[in-house]
Write a protein of this length. Structure first.
Length: 286
């Protein structure tokens, strides 16, 4: 497999721009693609702002910021964005049919040698790859938010994924400064299955009045040395995202442990979906 020098990122939302930013600062040429022109502009502005913050904090030199921005270029169409890509990473919403359609388009537009990766946190890589003529070149590359900070990369191997593709994903992960793990393509993989389970139980405890959100989170941060409590983390991930993953795992695994609590459903229905809207289990007005 050819060396990976150019990465195309599909989606300029929180995860997409985090992946694009990290790839650009790690020396890759990066194309960031989004059909929504406004989202693309906002994503690029957010990356420039964040790189500026890193310069202010003396974690990045001004010259390094400039070099990273020069490596980053926008594209309004998939064809333009992936034309010379060695690796394509999709970071679009967690909807299986959307991802399958996207992979079908990527299969037609990306070079034959390109690795096609999904940032999905729970959906089947095999089902996504089935939409292509090259399932051996498809892999999961599950990043964590915030992408430039979180050290883990979960590489998901489907039954058809080739060893060459897995090796390429691992190599890119290490070049990005990540510590990669390899997991089999099962519902929720390793991280979402464990993380969602803990988050759902924390929501049930809150629903039952066991303790306040703050104290439930403190139980895990101070008692188990977790860097963040499960309810605050759910706010950052998005209650809507967590609900969708829980519903998927409940369907696929058939375990009542993954049945979404009524409180989670009510909060999503009321639009209290976490930090991105200003309110979830915590207030995020500041």
């Amino acid at each position: 497999m050819r060396a990976i020098d150019t990465i195309a990122v599909i989606g300029a939302g929180t995860m997409g721009r985090g992946i694009a930013q990290l790839a650009a600062t790690s020396g890759f040429s990066v194309r960031i693609v989004d059909a929504d022109e406004g989202a693309l502009s906002r994503g690029l502005a957010a990356i420039a702002d964040m790189l500026g913050v890193l310069v202010e904090k003396k974690k990045l030199l001004p010259a390094e910021r400039g070099a990273a921005l020069r490596r980053l270029s926008p594209a309004a169409s998939i064809e333009e964005g992936v034309a010379d890509a060695d690796l394509v990473v999709e970071a679009v919403p967690e909807e299986i049919e959307l991802k399958r359609r996207l992979f079908g388009w990527l299969d037609a537009a990306a070079p034959e040698h390109a690795v096609l990766a999904s940032n999905t946190s729970s959906l089947s890589i095999s089902r996504i790859a089935d939409a292509t003529r090259r399932p051996g070149s498809c892999v999961g590359m599950h990043f964590f938010n915030p992408v430039p900070v979180m050290p883990l990369l979960e590489v998901v191997r489907a039954d058809a994924t080739s060893e060459e593709t897995v090796s390429a994903a691992l190599e890119v992960g290490r070049r990005l400064g990540k510590e990669p793990i390899v997991v089999r393509d099962t519902p929720g993989f390793a991280t979402s299955r464990l993380g969602v389970l803990l988050g759902l139980e924390a929501i049930r405890m809150l629903e039952q009045g066991v303790a306040s959100a703050e104290d439930i989170d403190k139980a895990m941060t101070l008692g188990y040395r977790h860097p963040m409590g499960p309810l605050r983390l759910t706010d950052l991930v998005g209650l809507d995202v967590r609900l969708a993953i829980a519903e998927h795992l409940h369907r696929e695994l058939g375990s009542e442990a993954f049945r979404p609590p009524d409180l989670l459903r009510r909060m999503v229905a009321d639009g209290k979906i976490g930090k991105k809207c200003g309110e979830g289990f915590y207030r995020w007005d500041a």
